[in-house]
Design a protein around this ligand. Sequence first.
Ligand SMILES: Cc1cc2nc3c(=O)[nH]c(=O)nc-3n(C[C@H](O)[C@H](O)[C@H](O)COP(=O)(O)O)c2cc1C
Length: 181
Amino acid sequence: MPLDNKNIILGICGSIAAYKSCDIIRKLIKLKANVKCILTAGGSQFIRPLTLQTLSKNKVCMSMFDIPENLEIDHISLADEADIILVAPATADILSRLAYGRADDLLTCTVLASKAKVLICPAMNTNMFNHKATKNNIALLKDYGYNFVSPEKGELACGDCGDGRLARVETIVSAVDGLLS
Ligand SMILES: Cc1cc2nc3c(=O)[nH]c(=O)nc-3n(C[C@H](O)[C@H](O)[C@H](O)COP(=O)(O)O)c2cc1C
């Protein structure tokens, strides 16, 4: 199996596309990966940790300041154990925070502390995606060596039609597979 024993940290951000993370988890687990989710504050407005925990069969991490069950520091242990950090869906906000090296929540801290591969899958309104600020942030992140699966053109939840729709789950999973094998 291609993803046997691979540790995948899945960051889920505050996008309407957050529900698609359930399908991403299911497909990665079918490929025998070990998936741990980090749910951002924004992400938790769209999807419940109980759903992610049940599907991933792992504790969902949400806050840097939770008292850990053992003596490990969550963002360091997650950063160290990751073979890849997948951020899907990635909001404009997380792109900006990662591009500027912010470390203001568990997901940004984990990415900053990790030497693992990073794969980012943006999802947002077309104007947000085409804004120069977002384009500059993506260029910076590519310069750091982070990988991207571009969003697709299509109908968006806001009613617009254009770039910004989260890439298909199959495309995202095969990009993970490609980076790890
Ligand atoms: C209904 C709704 C849908 C949203 N969808 C998106 C989205 O698809 N992409 C995006 O970049 N931001 C979206 N936002 C804005 C983000 O949720 C907001 O920027 C938030 O701060 C991101 O939080 P996070 O970085 O903790 O995930 C949406 C907000 C709302 C209220």
